[in-house]
Design a protein around this ligand. Structure first.
Ligand SMILES: C[S@@+](CC[C@H](N)C(=O)[O-])C[C@H]1O[C@@H](n2cnc3c(N)ncnc32)[C@H](O)[C@@H]1O
Length: 169
């Protein structure tokens, strides 16, 4: 399916901003994870690149995804379970991230939970990309993000649909 896998705008942001700490919510088969890490290691030694991936890992197991990341030499953690449970716990200890890709559950409740937890991991330069803004629950969540506190840019990615890029003001 064209909307699974690598997304050029993520790799571009990673290269332009020297991103080393990457969080992906919704990992699926790990192809996008590998692609983002490969973009990051163009600017940094692999052991300085950290990838954190959250998913149920029910169709593609964490060990299978892990083997793809092992090949890159990066540091990584794959956290299994529903992000409505795992993320609120994880944000207590995760470092601030350079890039966050929200691409997990598409319901309004899941999207709000994923965004609110992600927002706790932003520094001034963090880019948070939200996939599938055309889905009603995801779109409503993006509409409700405070424009006083965040820049929200929505752009169209060919063969994928609308994506939001959120940055702190
Ligand atoms: C669209 S796929 C992710 C694709 C991946 N980001 C990429 O670019 O290739 C969505 C993933 O989110 C996961 N997911 C959906 N809802 C979730 C939830 N509530 N908690 C954890 N994972 C969830 C699914 O298991 C699926 O693997």
């Amino acid at each position: 399916m064209p909307w699974y896998g690598s997304h050029p705008y993520l790799n571009e942001f990673i290269r332009e901003n020297n991103c080393r700490k990457i969080l992906e919510i919704g990992v699926y088969n790990g192809e996008n994870a590998r692609s983002m890490v490969q973009a990051a290691i163009k600017n940094a030694p692999p052991h300085e690149v950290e990838y954190h991936g959250f998913d149920f890992f029910s169709h593609h197991s964490a060990s299978r995804v892990g083997r793809k990341l092992d090949d890159t030499g990066c540091r990584y953690k794959l956290i299994e379970g529903d992000t409505m449970d795992t993320l609120p716990e994880a944000v207590k200890t995760l470092p601030l991230m350079d890039l966050i890709f929200i691409d997990g559950g598409k319901s309004f409740r899941e999207a709000v939970s994923d965004w609110e937890n992600s927002s706790l991991l932003m520094h001034d330069g963090t880019g948070v990309f939200v996939h599938n803004v055309g889905f009603s629950g995801v779109g409503r969540m993006v509409d409700e993000i405070s424009r006083d506190d965040y820049h929200v840019e929505i752009f169209y990615a060919p063969a994928e649909g609308s994506v939001a890029l959120i940055k702190k003001k």
